[in-house]
Design a protein around this ligand. Structure first.
Ligand SMILES: [Zn+2]
Length: 512
């Protein structure tokens, strides 16, 4: 049985720009003392410092480390690794003290740390954040992505027609939707459809947008040109051989490409610019908007870059290439992502609490869910029967309409129930789902989607010295009301990892 170590508590905030979003020293101390009190941690001494951690040589930090190096088996409690160190020398000193067992516990309320080589690596990354994290982590992500591509894995959510199969860590054709994709291609290959009429054709097969309307033309176009149906995976502008089953034959795909190209109206000369990350960031120096431009390098390659619009006068910020900016955003997303192992476990936990809170109305909700599921299955069977030609169109459409209305009514009722008990677990669930999405986005090359995500949950996004900065709020409303979420180590998922609602874990995966 371990004896609880005694802790040194360290709080730091510099007056530099970089720390603008960081809690004040007083607030850090308050939070850390709270944690110590709740978890019964004995504090040996408190240290506070208002210096930057970017270069080694902080006095107070040095004093603390000297104390640590003279003692045996102590712990350090700090708000986040970047409070302790932001350069590789100070970071290395801490890592070394962990290695030599001078420090046996590192606690950060905003950063979950596992005492394994991988955990230490991630800690090193967090310490070196300002430099190391932007240089190397994105390389590691790229390496991870390349590895997945080599294995022919589809990196993101399955496109329509496919479904994710976590067991094989890849996608596979969906039994009904894959048939619908094929049918849509066969229809369009005839040459008599417009994008709008094909959208209606798909709506008849219950393929609609999330708000129930027929798909937009741009979605139809994407569907008709998506090479995933040939079994390819895409990364950046390159296609690779996938390791999953194609839905279409090359002949059918090419036939449709011909029709699509033939219908393409010659574009007006005006070039439509594609600047996916524009409108997201402000300049960290002058607070002007970051705008985008095309440039050509000396080999004649065109590329996009972003820079401060300088609408507010003088500004010395350099430009940054889109690829670099995107890599750093992904690296940042990775630091807040939670891998499925944890999110699934946490979501399960949330579900259990929800059930506790719901109590009596649960049976009614369950009833509704069962009915909805049954209706959904009926719908799929109906579509499938119609595709087989077993049901004439007018009967199919009537039946489909009845089912759709029934489903809409059931879903509305379920929503009412859930609205009625607008429960306290919802913010936490949202937060978990956000972290889950971050996990899937940090390997994504859909920059629009990445931008939307950062807009949704990032705070104060800005670019300074070619690097993106933005904060992520912890699920704090929840943290206040649900202290007992801190599970005992035995309740943690395999691997003995204790998670709390305010700890963001980094799951080493994909090449790291
Ligand atoms: Zn500026």
């Amino acid at each position: 049985m371990n004896i609880k170590p005694k802790y040194f508590l360290y709080a730091r905030k510099s007056t530099e720009d970089d720390d603008r979003q960081v809690m004040s020293i007083e607030a850090q101390l308050f939070e850390l003392r709270e944690i110590a009190r709740k978890e019964n941690l004995e504090i040996l001494e408190e240290f506070q410092e208002s210096k930057s951690a970017k270069t080694p040589g902080r006095e107070i930090f040095g004093e603390m480390m000297a104390r640590i190096e003279r003692s045996e088996g102590v712990g350090i409690l700090a708000w986040h690794p970047d409070r302790l160190a932001r350069n590789s020398i100070d970071g290395g000193r801490i890592i070394y003290s962990v290695d030599t067992r001078k420090v046996v516990s590192l606690r950060f309320p905003t950063f979950w740390f596992e005492p394994t080589p991988q955990g230490l690596f991630m800690l090193q990354v967090a310490f070196g954040q300002s430099k190391y994290y932007s240089d190397n982590l994105s390389d590691n992500i790229k390496r991870g992505v390349r590895q997945k591509l080599r294995r022919g894995e589809w990196l993101n959510r399955a496109p329509f027609g496919y479904q994710n199969n976590p067991r094989i860590r890849n996608i596979e054709p969906h039994p009904t939707n894959a048939r619908i994709v094929k049918l849509a291609y066969e229809e369009y290959a005839k040459g008599s459809h417009t994008l709008v009429s094909l959208s209606q054709f798909l709506a008849d097969l219950n393929v609609v947008s999330s708000n129930g309307t027929p798909l937009a033309k741009v979605s139809i176009k994407r569907l008709l040109t998506h090479r995933v149906y040939l079994g390819f995976v895409k990364h950046g502008d390159e296609w690779f051989d996938g390791n999953f089953e194609p839905i279409l034959t090359p002949a059918l795909f090419e036939a449709v490409q011909k029709v699509v190209a033939g219908k393409e109206r010659p574009r007006s000369r005006k070039v439509k610019h594609y600047f996916p990350l524009v409108g997201l960031f402000r300049c960290g120096e002058c607070n002007g908007m970051i705008s985008a431009q095309w440039a050509t390098n000396r080999w004649g390659t065109k590329y996009r870059y972003y820079r401060c619009s300088k609408k507010r006068g003088r500004c010395s910020q350099p430009y940054v290439r889109e690829a670099d900016l995107a890599d750093k955003i992904r690296a940042r997303l990775q630091t807040i992502s939670l891998c499925d192992r944890y999110t699934d476990w946490m979501l399960n936990k949330v579900k259990i609490w929800e059930r506790e809170e719901v109590g009596a109305s649960q049976s009614e909700v369950q009833n509704l869910s069962v009915k909805i599921k049954a209706d959904e299955e009926r719908m799929e069977k109906l579509v499938s029967a119609y595709l087989d030609g077993d049901v004439p169109k007018h009967i199919y459409l009537t039946k489909k309409d009845t089912l759709m209305r029934s489903l809409a009514a059931l879903r509305e009722k379920l929503k009412d129930f859930e609205r009625g008990r607008k429960n306290r677990v919802e913010p936490l669930r949202e937060w978990i789902l956000d972290m889950k999405q971050a996990d899937f986005l940090y390997t994504s090359d859909d920059l629009y989607q990445i931008k939307q995500f950062v807009q949704k949950i990032g705070t104060n996004p800005m670019v300074r010295a070619k690097s993106p900065h933005f904060g992520f709020p912890p699920p704090s409303q929840f943290a206040a009301s649900r202290r007992h979420f801190l599970p005992a180590p035995s309740a943690a998922p395999q691997g003995g990892a204790a998670l709390s609602e305010r700890e963001v874990s980094i799951c080493g995966e994909g090449g790291i």
